[in-house]
Ligand binder design. Sequence first.
Ligand SMILES: C[S@@+](CC[C@H](N)C(=O)[O-])C[C@H]1O[C@@H](n2cnc3c(N)ncnc32)[C@H](O)[C@@H]1O
Length: 272
Amino acid sequence: MAPGNLARDQIVAALREAGCVFAEDEAELILAAAGSVDKIASMLRQRVAGVPLEVIVGWAEFCGLRLTVEPGVFVPRRRTEVVAREAVARARPGAVVVDLCCGTGAVAAAIHAAVDGLELYAVDIEPAAVRCARRNLEQLGGIVLEGDLFAPLPEGLIGRVDLLVVNAPYVPTDAIALMPPEAREHEPRVTLDGGADGVDVQRRVAAEARRWLAPGGQLLVETSRDQSVRTCEAFAAGGFTAQVRRAEDIDGTVVIGAAMVASTGRATVGSD
Ligand SMILES: C[S@@+](CC[C@H](N)C(=O)[O-])C[C@H]1O[C@@H](n2cnc3c(N)ncnc32)[C@H](O)[C@@H]1O
């Protein structure tokens, strides 16, 4: 196989046969990323075997940025751009931003690209994700830490975080079997599994988030349309207001809240 029209047609045909819906676009990306004929063949073999294209070519686009993606790391999804958009709309220059469950660090990188002078932290429990996020974020001045949710954050951040952005795993355990093989077989379970109803990790986040937030600080958690009610309940249980924001263009859903004022003792749960 050699680069050129014939090779391109062969690649497209093989990708189509393997069920790739955007076979033409994928073929272009493989041809652009592969430096040799052997590399093209190897990339094509991986793709036909179901490895995510982003892992094969080594990058994913997110909010117009090109982010490094490594094997074993969750591939940033387009729908998550709603979290970045809403965070950017709320971030002032110099804000303290924490991206919990950061994966590649896509959300943090997108906020950094739009807002000046951020103090940026990111956390993930998976060593592969931490390595990958360091490649994406350290060049931006971000600090990437490995561990369970808030555990690795420096104590000096308590009460100082302006925006806590979170895309924790939220697939209900039983639904993982129904996911496309690309996700089910190539993204570690810890990146997907949100427990019986999908909200276990979100509940833990909401239960501990208050003490980390600065006065007026906000919590933004990605969820699905169907699970947003449960995510709002987790916010309320953690002492947060909760508002659902949807981005229909990318089918993205995020719940946003701030600490409830003690005197009201009630959550505002709503959507728009
Ligand atoms: C759905 S992926 C999202 C990744 C990234 N935020 C994004 O939007 O592309 C969830 C991430 O949470 C991480 N994770 C799961 N449980 C965690 C925990 N207890 N503490 C920190 N990170 C965790 C996974 O390793 C995975 O990278």
